[in-house]
Design a protein around this ligand. Sequence first.
Ligand code: NAD
Length: 411
Amino acid sequence: MSQLEMVNANICQASKVLELGPRVEKLILNPNREVKVEVAIELDTGEIATFTGYRIQHNDARGPMKGGLRYHPTVDAEDVTALASLMTWKTAVVDIPYGGAKGGINCDPETLSSRELERVTRKFIANIREIIGPNVDIPAPDVNTNAQVMAWVMDEYSRFFGFSPAVVTGKPLDLHGSVGREEATGRGVAFVTAEFLAELGRPLQGARVAIQGFGNVGSFAALFLQQAGAKVVAVSDVTGGVYRAGGLPIPALVNYVRKNKGMVKGFREAEAISGDTIFTLPCDVFIPAALGGVLTKERAEVLQTGVVIEAANAPTTLEGDEILQRRGIPLVPDILANAGGVTVSYFEWVQNVQQFRWDGERVDNELRTLMAKAYRDVSRLAKARKLSWRTATYVLALERVAKATFLRGVQ
Ligand code: NAD
């Protein structure tokens, strides 16, 4: 089953709870616009390379569309559509005035020089410039894209339309970015983990945490959880993993990874484990923070965790989800758990539009307020209607999007 089918199945389940009916389901499942462009660049060698770029705009009922740009060799239209749809529901869950979109290019940044990456980015943005904009669709970072890439996005768009910092978020601090954006998703994941454990009556202090993926989201989630008293016993990435029963020294590991091209492999202060072992280690909290579809039926059967907090987008397959439910392992879904990033992206956009800067304390306080409200809304709904957390989260989001759609009118 594809990621899109998984996301759509979750939406349909929530739609049944709300009794929206098949006509509304169709309206809500289909993306508003799907754009596919060729991204042809000259490599440093003088050769020509071509990639395919996508921007899928899923829904704008609640506001301009918002969603990241992913650079990965496996990017395709269907996965980008699934991720665009997730953004519609995520922005609705945290109740920020946006719709959902996503973009991607099927390139492998590992094999490209910085100049080549810049050319890929500029070419892509020049190709889609007419369909993005501060009040239309606002890209942001995702897997393998960072603040530098966002700076190129802003600059390329501004070449055509004048200085436009609000066209993209996740920009560097020196170029109208927001304090707190880089760590926002990990901070939100740590916040949700603490709230969820407290609600289940389980301690965060000393809780054993295992995290798959040690990029932006995984590493900041690890840092904040450790600061809050948890023990991050294992992390893994595309190169393998590391384990220490007493808890990994996360700041030292973060430093090591920064110097080691983003890889945990070779970190000497911990035991090396294979990437797959992370799914079998006994822990209290398991956090997938890499790619989608990793919690398969087989892995869900062997997972030895108290709870799952979905930091990655769509990390659990439908079969995996069923098995976790059958095994009584509670889960906080992606569209709530990782919404901290888009929430601070929204704050960055607000600051750009108002040409006014917030300090870190204000960003963190506002993030906490919005995440806490979203968390409470989902928790109440799950209890009141006896729904799983995933279904409750989708019901909340779908109700908000459906209301906005009908208020605006369907002609
Ligand atoms: P990143 O590129 O910074 O890091 C990705 C990490 O996943 C790296 O450590 C990489 O080695 C690891 N990884 C990749 N393939 C893997 C594999 N096959 N097995 C094990 N590890 C693998 O990306 P990120 O920004 O941290 O995003 C991670 C996830 O969180 C993605 O699903 C993304 O969509 C989601 N997300 C990110 C943000 C954000 O603000 N960055 C916000 C919401 C959701």
